[in-house]
Design a protein around this ligand. Structure first.
Ligand code: GLN
Length: 301
């Protein structure tokens, strides 16, 4: 079956999803039409195909955590894992539970607590975490992604929970920059807007064993495998078990409704639908990805 036909069948299966709720955490995102849907596949050979609203920019939110983590792993390697663990969490992505008992060492790099530590480390490496994540997205996608400053400002104005998480980590000595700086850079890279096609293309290094668009190496093959393993176990938060069961791919979700999924050796999928389930994962994107892997058999299992 041709990829375009697979995507057409996925679109028909997803239809107009009527379950799920658009995030209310960030007012600027609460206004997005819940019926938007798009999906793109970027192949390791350069082929990019899409369906629906795959060329419309949306707020990447936590999908940006893949790129911040990749930059830190590229620099620090194993040393990062003294500051953040690699265990799935049974709590929501923005939970404060476990942090205090775990001495401010977050459960994994994809829950908000862990991503704040990663952003703090990226600030230490490059001096400007938000710009570094955007630069990686721009070079790997070939252009297009941008920071939506209205979304960033809106989240900053409603950031009590992330602020509490960051202060608790700082109290345990696991933040090395001022809490306000870490929050501003974290919120800034979450507020990057990109299309499904751009995001899928930008993440191709994860399907190519760590090799960037220009042929240079970003990550070692081993670190790429391990990043993908962490995505499988932690990338969709406390629903990672169900996601692995139904989709079978390493993936990262965001409350903007995007989900990026890695098919090692083949390519990257990115699906977008703004309405979320109770775990904060897109209902339409999850259904689209599970339909895609059911048709193609391209899960990692
Ligand atoms: N910026 C959002 C937050 O920090 C990202 C959460 C998400 O996409 N799951 O809560």
């Amino acid at each position: 079956m041709e990829l375009n036909d697979v995507l057409a069948e996925v679109r028909a299966t997803v239809g107009t999803v009527t379950t799920g709720v658009v995030t209310s955490a960030i007012p600027a995102l609460a206004r997005v039409d819940p019926h938007r849907f798009g999906m793109a596949f970027a192949g390791v050979d350069g082929e990019v195909v899409g369906v629906g609203d795959w060329d419309e920019a949306f707020s990447v939110q936590s999908v940006s955590k893949v790129f911040s983590l990749a930059l830190v792993l590229a620099h620090d390697g194993e040393a990062l894992w003294t500051r953040v663990r690699r265990q799935p969490s049974v709590h929501r992505f923005n939970s404060l539970s476990e942090l205090d008992g775990d001495c401010g060492i977050p459960r994994n790099p994809f829950v908000n607590a862990g991503a704040l530590v990663v952003t703090d480390r990226l600030l230490g490496i490059t001096g400007h975490a938000k710009e570094s994540v955007l630069a990686l997205l721009l070079t790997e996608s070939g252009g297009g992604p941008y920071v939506d400053h209205a979304v960033a400002a809106d989240e900053q104005a409603h950031n009590h929970r992330n602020s509490a998480i960051a202060h608790l980590i700082a109290d345990h000595g696991n933040l090395h920059h001022p809490v306000e700086d870490v929050l501003a850079h974290y919120t800034g890279h979450c507020a990057i807007a990109a299309t499904c096609g751009q995001l899928a293309t930008a993440a191709l290094f994860l399907a190519r064993g760590g090799i960037r668009a220009n042929g240079e190496r970003l990550l070692s093959a081993a670190d790429t495998t391990r990043l993908n393993a962490t995505l499988l176990t932690c990338g969709t938060y406390d629903a990672a078990g169900d996601f692995a069961y139904s989709v079978g791919l390493p993936a990262k979700s965001g409350i903007g409704g995007g989900i990026l999924a890695v098919i090692p050796g083949r390519g990257i999928l990115c699906a977008w639908g703004p309405a979320l389930d109770t775990h904060g994962n897109s209902v339409a994107a999850t259904l689209a990805l599970s339909t895609f892997t059911s048709i193609t058999g391209w899960s990692i299992f």
